[in-house]
Design a protein around this ligand. Sequence first.
Ligand code: ADE
Ligand code: ZN
Length: 329
Amino acid sequence: MTKDHPKVELHLHLEGAAPPAFIRGLAAEKHIDIRGIFDEAGNYRFSDFGDFLKVYEAATEVLKSPEDFHRLTLAVLEESARSGVIYSETFLSPDFCGGRDVVAWRDYVDAIREAADLAERRDGIVLRGIVTPIRHFGPDKARETALCAAETAGDWIVGFGIGGDEKSGKLRDFRWSFDAAREAGLRLTAHAGEWGGPDSVRDAMRDLDVERIGHGVRAIEDLALVDEIAEKGIVLETCPGSNIALGIYPNWRAHPVHRLRERGVKVTVSTDDPPFFHTTMAREYQMLAEAFDWDDGVFHDIALTSARAAFCDQGTRDKILKILEKAYA
Ligand code: ADE
Ligand code: ZN
């Protein structure tokens, strides 16, 4: 599967997609010493998921102004477009964009959106934003994040999610934030079933009433849950390369994405934090084709599932569906 197939990506962390050279460049400009987060080859260096989160947060230290996020967005979308991505949704955190101050947050969203408009004109790629509290920062900060999200909800900020350490706290403690986001018209997703097992996925469905789940792959450990996910039409934003890089599964053939799909679950494919995991959307497609013998028909189906599950308006969705229809005809 090549980079030429048009792709739809639903699970991408904007800061996590920052090329290491971009972060190093900003660090040099601002005289911030973050050399410790890189290895000799210049890639991000981390040992496990906890360490990954620390390195991720250290990298955000150099992303200070709306202008920095403008430049970041352009760099990230250039890379996505190179992989054939035509539509992408990115997680954005007010924690890293103005410290959850609503007035500052607006400036960051404006700058990111402006860059997205430029990239759309330059590369034809369309971007939308999903506001995301960080679970290990706790429910109080998540409330502030939800208020930022509600202020900017509209045709560009279209969703609300939660990322961070899945082992930290209980999802039900974030219910207020998710309810506020829903009332503001935002569509909902939550990271679950990455580091937590089936109960964690059940919590996301029951306590937050989300329509998509970030990862969700460990639902495979309980087939009754898999059947419930399929029946309810909940969409899994799987990120196989991320799971393998972080050691959740030993290799591509051991990843449950194929079994979940075979059992009727709506699965989509994304990169999560591509440079951290040495992946791209083109590589995800390539590795899945090799591991599971997936052909064009499967990738077409996955792209259609992704487009239908996207949080954008119907007009934008129709445009994406038209491109997919043409490409796979
Ligand atoms: N934030 C960035 N990447 C993440 C991941 N894979 N899981 C949870 N939170 C994240
Ligand atoms: Zn993620």
